[in-house]
Unconditional design. Structure first.
Length: 296
């Protein structure tokens, strides 16, 4: 057993592919662990064992506050959606069955147009905790990128774009997979963003030009062009969300940098935030709210 420093609770980010936990002293992480046992690989009755696998070596019985797909209908137990407009964190958490005290943060839903988020609401809450009074739009890049309009501490509306999933499918399972060299051709990315931002109806034909350019001209910028074309088309579709708005990108790595680069060409004000920092800040806000109800 590996003892961890004194802590009050466990923060848990449980997505489709991965599980991450942090031992928390107030709002400060003192230890962390992770595994690839995400929601997508587990049956509902397998969640307690997957969590124990990470927490048992710590010898902790502290309460767990969890966000993400763990609370989906196909997850451990469903944490029902809360409808917009609403604060990002619901006032009530959902208790998961099992020997540990595990509390799940509900997702957010929207009826028109229909949309849902689960996990991103915690990042929204964390961003607001770190940036009190901020109004504008959050862009959360990922497999399914979220655009979230915030005003007066509430989520007013949001939209989801499947750009990350489309990129993965096209780059790995389509004819374009033969033209996906890693080049870092930023000029090609910028030009591709501009193409579909101004003429999104050209997306399908421009995608095939990646294949043709590779065959006929030996071009090696296919990955950058694919990313740029898809993000440009997304920006065109999401124009009401970023036009004239303060925009913050919550992300890390190449996807986050790509969105920041694309947005800086069309937005006067773009800021960045680290995904892990806002996730922990959101989980901390949920824990503090829950703790107040226990102390009352």
């Amino acid at each position: 057993m590996s003892a961890v420093p004194s802590h009050d609770w466990i923060a848990c980010d449980w997505g489709t592919s991965n599980l991450r936990v942090w031992a928390m002293s107030g709002g400060t992480p003192v230890a962390e662990a992770g595994s690839d046992r995400g929601m997508g690989s587990l049956a509902p009755d397998e969640f307690p064992a997957a969590l124990d696998e990470l927490l048992s070596p710590w010898g902790t019985t502290a309460p767990v506050i969890a966000c993400g797909m763990v609370g989906a209908r196909q997850g451990w137990t469903e944490a029902p959606y809360v409808a917009v407009p609403c604060p990002p964190l619901a006032p009530t958490l959902t208790a998961a069955p099992g020997p540990r005290r595990v509390l799940l943060i509900p997702g957010i839903s929207q009826s028109s147009p229909p949309d849902v988020m689960r996990g991103e609401e915690t990042q929204v809450a964390g961003f607001l905790a770190l940036n009190p009074g901020w109004d504008g739009v959050l862009c959360l890049p990922g497999t399914h990128t979220k655009w979230v309009h915030l005003s007066a501490g509430e989520i007013v509306s949001f939209r989801t774009a499947m750009t990350g999933e489309l990129f993965a499918l096209l780059s790995r399972a389509s004819v374009l997979r033969h033209a996906m060299a890693e080049t870092g051709a930023s000029d090609a990315f910028d030009a591709a963003v501009s193409e579909t931002l101004s003429r999104p109806e050209r997306l399908a034909s421009e995608l095939f030009s990646i294949r043709a350019g590779h065959l006929l001209e030996g071009r090696s910028d296919g990955r950058d062009r694919l990313s740029g074309l898809l993000i440009g088309a997304e920006l065109a579709a999401m124009r009401p969300y970023w036009l004239g708005q303060a925009v913050a990108v919550v992300g890390a790595g190449a996807p986050g940098r790509a969105y920041v680069r694309a947005l800086t060409t069309v937005c006067a004000q773009v800021t960045e935030a680290r995904a892990e920092a806002v996730t922990l800040a959101g989980l901390t806000a949920a824990w503090r709210t829950w703790k107040m109800t226990q102390d009352a």
